[in-house]
Design a protein around this ligand. Sequence first.
Ligand SMILES: O=C(O)c1ccccc1N[C@@H]1O[C@H](COP(=O)(O)O)[C@@H](O)[C@H]1O
Length: 214
Amino acid sequence: MNERKHMTARTRIKICGLTRPEDIQAVNEAKPDFCGFIVEFPKSRRNVTVDQLRKLREKLDENILPAGVFVNAPVELPAQLLNEGTIALAQLHGQEDEEYITRLKGMTDQLLIKAFSIKTEEDVEQALRSGADYILLDQGAGGTGETFDWNLVPSIKRPWFLAGGLGCDNLESAIHLLHPWAVDLSSSVETDGHKDPDKILKAVQAVRNIEEEI
Ligand SMILES: O=C(O)c1ccccc1N[C@@H]1O[C@H](COP(=O)(O)O)[C@@H](O)[C@H]1O
């Protein structure tokens, strides 16, 4: 009998924009693969200072990898937080160029994610050329709660994060259509501007229940 073997992969999930001890408790219960902190970027309502980040991180479950999200920060800031082990990954969400990435890579062995705002095919092509370990495709400047035009996304052969307006209502279609290596959520798991433990749990469980055929 000619039996077709099906291989499945598990899509990873990151919950971003944690600011309070109760947010840490919520992710420790839901157990996403990654969580994220917006570091020293006061323009975001999800901003945390370095001191706040260090305190929050102390209570984080060791199986959840913490990412620091930076917007055009001095390169020394992510380098320091990566090398002291406060964060496991640095997500660069501003206009950091290849020179910045090369400099940061020279200062640390830890993993880098470069985020790109996707408006055109050229934006995707630029993202695919990135020297970062992971690329992240997002709608805009970050944390907008809005999706971008998914028709712009080709088949991507490197590990990548999909972000921008993802939530329980569109996670399954996004994963089946685009096959991201990981999904990244912030706005949809909030209520009244704060992280909502029930929404976080539902989103993580939704992703865990989606089996991706490879
Ligand atoms: O969330 C923010 O405030 C933020 C600020 C600056 C840079 C990035 C930011 N968040 C990133 O945005 C996406 C999630 O967006 P959404 O709210 O789910 O649409 C994610 O990559 C966050 O790291």
